[in-house]
Ligand binder design. Sequence first.
Ligand SMILES: [Zn+2]
Length: 438
Amino acid sequence: MTTVDSIGNQGVLQAEADKTARSTEVGEASSRCRFCQATLHQSFVDLGMSPLCESFLRADQLNQMEPFYPLHLYVCGRCFLVQLQEYVTPESIFSDYAYFSSFSDTWLAHAKAYVEQMTSRFRLNANSLVAEVASNDGYLLQYFVAKNIPVLGIEPAANVASVAIQKGVPTLIKFFGTATARELVAEGKRFDLVLGNNVLAQVPDLNDFVGGLKILLGTSGVITIEFPHLMRLMSENQFDTIYHEHFSYFSFLTAEKIFSEHGLTLFDVEELSTHGGSLRIYARHAEDGSKSVTARVHELRVREESAGFARLDRYHSFATQVNETKRKLLEFLIEAKRSGKRIAGYGAPGKGNTLLNFCGIRSDFIDYTVDRNPHKHGRFLPGTHIPIYPTDYIKQTRPDYVLILPWNLKDEIMEQNAYIREWGGQFVVPIPQVKVYP
Ligand SMILES: [Zn+2]
């Protein structure tokens, strides 16, 4: 005999299965895989409609219409690339990009360590040539310049590129692809090291981008690319790192397929802690015998295969996991509000906006959020319209809970704001699941 409880559960599960089936049908209409061109049939996760995560609002914009776009990811049944349709043109997102890499001390330290590591491992010197694709404000190339190693940055956002140029980092203001790569090669440039950090996910034409890397690369040169690791995103429930600016989400297996299609062999890989868990892949020309494939490549390939990343069913479980995370977070917030608690947010990162919009968390749960970036003060979060204050506002209002939105920085934030314990305040981290830190 079935209990009431389990009937209820079956109802929920059936409803979820129906929803997945419906979204699969919708996807069949038009879309094709950005890498292999197979038709996309398989829904990965549907986070509903969401505004662009960096479009903070001024007070006078609150009563205006706000554009929302679907945040629905598919997984390709042939190559397993997890991807978002291009609903918004990259020009509109990146041409006047407000993100300056040099504002983050942690990220600068990461860049500096990378430069030391590459210089010694690949013996770079004044006769070498290094290119960075999406070089931002020169946050990384400046360390090569300091070592007298010639560099070229390639960056489409004119405002950040001009900061790099002022710093003495030569920068070409252009979108990168095969056309730009051919122009550079025609000028006689071939590179010993070509790097790209957190750009691969943001490229709408993946084949044109990787094809361009191949063209730029000198005979025995090295490409390194860093991107968030899909295996970590899934195992640690980091669905809030999905946003419109990120078109693609890669496992190592899929990245290997893409580079191999363009005549590039991945000969090494490192697992990094940045952005919730990233991979740094190392590529060379397939015919370059001077660098053999390391054990780390074999080990990670085997680990992903045994975790099911070469089978479609592994990808199907993610949506259920995400929906359950949403319910648990809402349960916590509803319970807190019912018992009269006051909740503030900490931070206004892109990931926070995905989380809050998907979960429908507005000022009914979170009174306000705070941020260290003065450009955000007095503005409102896109979609949810939660106001953003300077961090001091927490001291003035003494909330019971502080929900940390940039969970990747939780240790640093809890340390800097430990004073909330003076009035019994507690930190809450939403991902991988709700956790209260007394
Ligand atoms: Zn595909």
